[in-house]
Design a protein around this ligand. Sequence first.
Ligand SMILES: *Cc1c(COP(=O)(O)O)cnc(C)c1O
Length: 378
Amino acid sequence: MDPSDLLHEPPLTPYGEVVPPVFQNSLFAFTTTAEFEAAMRSGDRPVYTRIANPTVRVFEEKVAALEGTEDALAFASGNAAMAAVLFTFLEAGDRVVAATPVYAGTYGMLTKLLPKFGVEVDFVPGHDTAALVRALAGARLLLLESPTSYTFELQDLAPLTEAAREHGVLSVIDNTYGAGVYLRPARFGVDLVVHSATKYFSGHSDVVAGVVAGPRERLNAVRSLGTVFLGGKLAPWEAWLLVRGLRTLELRLERHQATALELARFLEAHPKVRRVLHPGLESHPQHELARRYLEGTGGLFAVELAGEAEARAFADALERFAIGVSWGGHESLVLPLAAQPRVRAAYGFPPGLVRLFAGLEPAEALKRDLEQALARVG
Ligand SMILES: *Cc1c(COP(=O)(O)O)cnc(C)c1O
């Protein structure tokens, strides 16, 4: 896409505004029944914000441009976006093939909600392409996330989507990590691209939102079932904040990436660190896949320390990394997986696993902080 698509858009009003207005309306009214009926039929004019809103539309068009897809649809959260996709395309008796480890919020949907509606889920290790392909026969939907957001494992997208197509299986990817800048899954044959816009798209830790990008026909199905009936549509004010966030997406990602790589290399050389999990490092077991698929790596990575006590002590000793879930904002974060026992248990992550997010602070200050915190780990 032309990067200026994130910076500019045509005005929505005759006033030539350089920033879109917030259409803070629940509904849009008509003067004649015929006009109302035409709008309901064509979708050319907004009728009701649960269905469509002009400010939300600006955000959706930017995401479609970013992902290089025909269309995009915005939701009130990443989970709402994923739910809209799953509940639109699945029915009782269907089977989902999910590449593990799956993001925790999606994992809950797959294990606690879908079985109630008669949908079965096969969890298959994401690095095992042959096993994933074998599981596709007779399945309805293939769920991918590459790299994964706890241990940064990659999936070999091209052969997987090719096999999915042969078996008539819809492929869906969570691309929150790649943000449409460092990974553009549509190029590798993925049908639907889901994002938590809460992370890099917002970039300022002030919005919870989600979006799905893909071909118009598929998204029309999601729009008419998942959006309209499940109702998790994005609000106009949140969309406005996201449009603002997207203007600096590429700039912010460059900074996150440079800082995270510097910190990861520093940590890799530190005697108290067992392993660094970062797809940009030559030591990553799937570095070759990362080079093939990723155009960059962002601010998120993980380290493994000796054990749970060390992981907790490290997180507690850090001063510039706040302990918290989520990521993608301006602030650096740390998350010892020991403090998320259900996620850790579900995937058998090592007790010393700690996820780090490099924010927009100067790299040197973050490095000094990591150094002093490791010095205090037993
Ligand atoms: C945060 C996140 C989600 C869920 O998004 P919400 O906006 O919190 O609903 C999904 N996938 C990944 C990888 C995430 O990090």
